[in-house]
Design a protein around this ligand. Structure first.
Ligand SMILES: [Zn+2]
Ligand SMILES: [Zn+2]
Length: 210
């Protein structure tokens, strides 16, 4: 559970229709920020948003704004039964969303991973607060963007970005921040059975890029 501290920066997490609601503790303790702010232009992130039929959530180059943080910072308060999960392939990430109104919520790697990539689309946070709490975003996988983003995006993910991510995961794992988690049960299974897209479904979503 998230323990509220005085002046803690607690953000509201909610699906578009409001049935699924929760909180995210975005407060820093010490000098490190509690997550990594990313805009991802990869075709998997885009296919996820397209599978939900919410293309308006992509930026004009087909990117998704994500705040990568730890499961321990996320609490779902109401509407847990609305949580649904999609995988683009058998081996893909677990991409959680709301069933009620198809709001993307977060991407997870598995129960043991201290990682959830929360889509900005489910967070109540204005740009100024996002800048303050999350820092400026790193734009990654620009070579897969819908348009030329080379002026501000990394073509893939740079070594520096990969190193930051690995460092974040190692520190989070040492802190045990993979738990508690709203996304996996005690046995490490996702709390909802993921729907795995067929190859044809995935190809159709990717074809929308061309
Ligand atoms: Zn909803
Ligand atoms: Zn991506």
């Amino acid at each position: 559970m998230t323990t509220a501290r005085p002046n803690a920066d607690i953000l509201t997490l909610r699906c578009h229709c409001g049935r699924l609601r929760g909180r995210v503790d975005a407060s820093s303790s010490g000098r490190r920020r509690p997550g990594l702010h990313v805009v991802c232009y990869c075709d998997d992130c885009r296919a996820f948003v397209r599978a939900l039929k919410r293309p308006e959530l992509l930026d004009r180059f087909g990117g998704s704004a994500v705040w990568q943080t730890t499961p321990a910072r996320i609490t779902l308060d109401t509407g847990r039964e609305q949580l649904a999960c999609l995988k683009l392939s058998d081996k893909g990430m677990l991409r959680f969303h709301s069933a009620c109104c198809a709001t993307p919520i977060g991407n997870a790697l598995g129960a043991g991973w201290p990682f959830v990539g929360l889509l900005r689309a489910c967070l109540e946070v204005d740009d100024a607060s996002a800048q303050r709490l999350f820092g400026a975003p790193t734009h990654v996988h620009g070579r897969l963007a819908l348009g030329d983003v080379s002026a501000f995006a990394e073509p893939r993910a740079s070594l520096r970005t990969i190193a930051r991510t690995v460092g974040f995961l190692l520190r989070a794992r040492l802190a045990g921040a993979q738990r508690p988690t709203a996304f996996f049960d005690a046995a490490g299974r996702p709390v909802v059975t993921p729907r795995v897209l067929s190859g044809a479904e995935r190809d159709a979503l990717r074809a929308a890029d061309r």
